[in-house]
Design a protein around this ligand. Structure first.
Ligand SMILES: [Zn+2]
Ligand SMILES: [Zn+2]
Length: 638
């Protein structure tokens, strides 16, 4: 018998009879591994565990514990769903494609007579469970293109025929399980019984091949996990995310809206949302001033020639909006850098002036495709807490460390953990090798100094310099891009910025673009979901609501309300002639931190009895003491 030698990931070699499969190899190592193996990598290529090995090779067994294994698992679950749908709907529905995606999979179906609804999901899931229980072997077959076309044509699967017609290969592979056959590269699980836990989640329209000129398909989204426990925990997180969805809470808490008439991706801030935003912006101004930044403001549109000087026109034009005034072309700013450069240029600068730190709550507009717009987190017009630091090269390290400390302080105030990443030179970029090396080195050394772990993204920098990205982790363990720190040796060159050094000579300053929260819009979207709408007292648009029990206390309730408001407390009142329980429930839905219920006792003693939205009650106190209490609670630094 001829033998082949197989090299395992730990470097050890195994001799097995030619024609043995990865599964046989797994079994020869241990029964447990054989049970866990769902696919294999042979010389780097992902294949079925049942594929016969005819040559010496490197072999890595793929289990459900890893990314590859999960993808094979989820893609097999997609076949299982298509199988169930075909069993239930027969020729009424045609199959197209069904890839694995993050946390699950989808399958696109075509039908001109049947429209899938979520009400059918349970029946489809039952059918899938039945087919999984039957533990049908999933078998790979190879055949010539022509026979495959003939086969799918005879089954009335026109979309599959079209897919095969577009393949360059002379031979194609199919996967069969029971009565179901699908064109597929594979690999797949050994049998349907491996699929243990899945759930259909939604159905949406999707064009064939993503092209709106093509037929509309029906895409069923689903999720699948190796076991029921993991599935349950995922569904729980999904449900929690749904409850916290900032678009839904934004409506319920009356924070903001979008209007088709105004245009997609343009936020309209209602009083409470505008208050929240104002509080954040005031916070930002204070924090920047105490760190030695100057507040500046620039125009919304700048002449296109200036965008040409900066390189934006060449590198960023497709994301910009342009307009014309008196035959002069203007670009609406997608970034705030340019006016800050002009402020620098407005004086002769000496080394004694540096560093200069220009801060602007700068509103920018960028062209995002309508398909990617999403609530506050992906919009076309947004405001950045943007600053540009101009410093001498030897000051760069210290400045970047200062920004990282700023990020650390702010993230602590909001209760976010975060991760750091550094991105290096991309293919499309401007600036010399020497500039890039110097900038990258400065960022790296500042990162190392923080003592925090960081990741390196090769080639992911901005076109004008390397950058540090800060990704915060919210309460549901999702990652959000917020702060970025970008070094830029290029713009000072293009604008010929200089300062007079100690030596009396002209020198080039270094520039750092940086944001801390990033887009205020997006940050508010993240905050809403992070806090589930229960904002901390200091940024709650409404901090307290005065509620009377009966009309009898209406006058005193008014007095309390007026006192609080004059003391700067953000307060509302509800003196309607409604049942107390009803008023309390309404205040709770608004997630107002404190409710001040006023009955006869409070009125007689001229006190208030504050009750927190969590249900906890505070001691009865004088209204003036409540004012002090709120002021104390809102202090960010003690
Ligand atoms: Zn497949
Ligand atoms: Zn900038």
């Amino acid at each position: 018998m001829s033998m082949v030698s197989v090299q395992l990931p730990d470097g050890s070699m195994k001799e097995v009879p030619a024609g043995s499969s990865p599964l046989d190899v797994a079994a020869s190592i241990g029964e447990r591994l054989a049970k866990q193996a769902v696919a294999a990598r042979v010389d780097g290529q992902l294949v079925d565990v049942a594929v016969p090995l005819h040559q010496d090779c490197r072999l890595e067994l793929v289990t459900l514990g890893g990314r590859d294994g999960l993808e094979v698992y989820r893609h097999s679950a997609a076949h299982l769903m298509a199988h169930a749908v075909k069993e239930m709907f027969g020729s009424e529905v045609q199959v197209t494609i069904g890839p694995a995606i993050e946390n699950g999979f989808y399958y696109d179906f075509f039908s001109d007579s049947h429209k899938f609804t979520p009400e059918e999901f349970e029946a489809i899931e039952r059918k899938m469970a039945e087919l999984a229980k039957a533990d049908l072997p999933i078998v790979r077959e190879e055949m010539s293109r022509d026979s495959a076309i003939e086969l799918f044509r005879s089954m009335g699967e026109d979309y599959k025929v079209r897919l095969i017609e577009d393949l360059p290969n002379q031979t194609v592979s199919l996967y069969r399980q029971g009565s179901f056959v699908d064109l597929c590269r594979g690999p797949h699980l050994p049998s349907t019984g491996y699929v243990k836990a899945f759930k259909l989640t939604s159905v949406a329209g999707a064009y064939w091949r993503g092209d709106e000129k093509n037929a509309m398909l029906q895409r069923i989204y689903a999720t699948a996990f190796p076991d029921k426990k993991e599935l349950r925990s995922y569904l729980h997180r999904l449900e929690e995310a749904r409850k916290r969805d900032h678009r839904k809470l934004g409506r319920e808490l009356d924070l903001f809206s979008f209007s088709e008439e105004a245009g997609a991706g343009l936020v309209i801030w209602h009083p409470k949302g505008a208050m929240l935003r104002t509080l954040l912006e005031d916070f930002e101004r204070r924090e920047h001033l105490r760190r030695g930044y100057d507040i500046v403001m620039g125009p919304q549109i700048l002449r296109t020639d200036l965008w040409k000087t900066s390189g934006h026109y060449e590198n960023y034009r497709e994301n910009m909006y342009f307009t014309e005034i008196e035959e002069q072309s203007y670009g609406i700013k997608p970034m705030n850098c340019l006016s800050h450069m002009l402020i620098y240029q407005s004086h002769i600068r000496s080394y004694r002036d540096l560093p200069l730190r220009f801060f602007e709550l700068g509103t920018v507009h960028r062209h995002e495709k309508s398909g990617v717009l999403h609530g506050l987190t992906r919009v076309r017009g947004f405001t950045q807490d943007d600053a540009h630091i101009l410093c001498a090269p030897e000051q760069l390290d210290g400045e970047i460390k200062g920004v990282l400390q700023f990020v650390r302080d702010v993230m602590e105030i909001f209760g976010f953990e975060y991760e750091l990443e550094i991105s290096t030179r991309p293919e499309k970029s401007i600036g010399s090798d020497q500039d890039w090396d110097r900038a990258t080195h400065a960022l790296m050394s500042a990162l190392r100094d923080t003592g925090l772990p960081f990741e390196i993204n090769e080639g992911d920098g901005a076109f004008y310099g390397p950058k540090i990205d800060v990704k915060l982790k919210d309460a549901l363990d999702r990652r959000w891009q917020c702060a970025t720190i970008q070094c830029d040796f290029t713009l000072p060159d293009r604008f010929d910025l200089t300062y007079v050094g100690r030596d009396g000579e002209k020198h080039r300053p270094v520039m750092v673009h940086r944001v801390i929260l990033g887009s205020i819009e997006r940050f508010i979207g993240v905050l809403i979901e992070h806090y589930a709408g229960n904002f901390p007292l200091w940024i709650s648009p409404v901090q307290a609501i005065v509620v009377n029990v009966t009309d009898n206390q209406a006058e005193y309730a008014d007095q309390v309300f007026n006192l609080l408001r004059s003391e700067g407390i953000r307060v509302e009142k509800d003196v309607r002639n409604e049942k107390l329980g009803f008023k309390i429930r309404e205040a709770q839905l608004k997630k107002i931190p404190y409710m001040l219920v006023i009955g006869d006792k409070e009125m007689e003693q001229e006190t208030v009895a504050p009750r927190h939205r969590s249900g906890a009650t505070l001691d009865v106190m004088k209204p003036a003491d409540f004012v002090r209490f709120v002021q104390e609670e809102c202090k960010l630094y003690h």
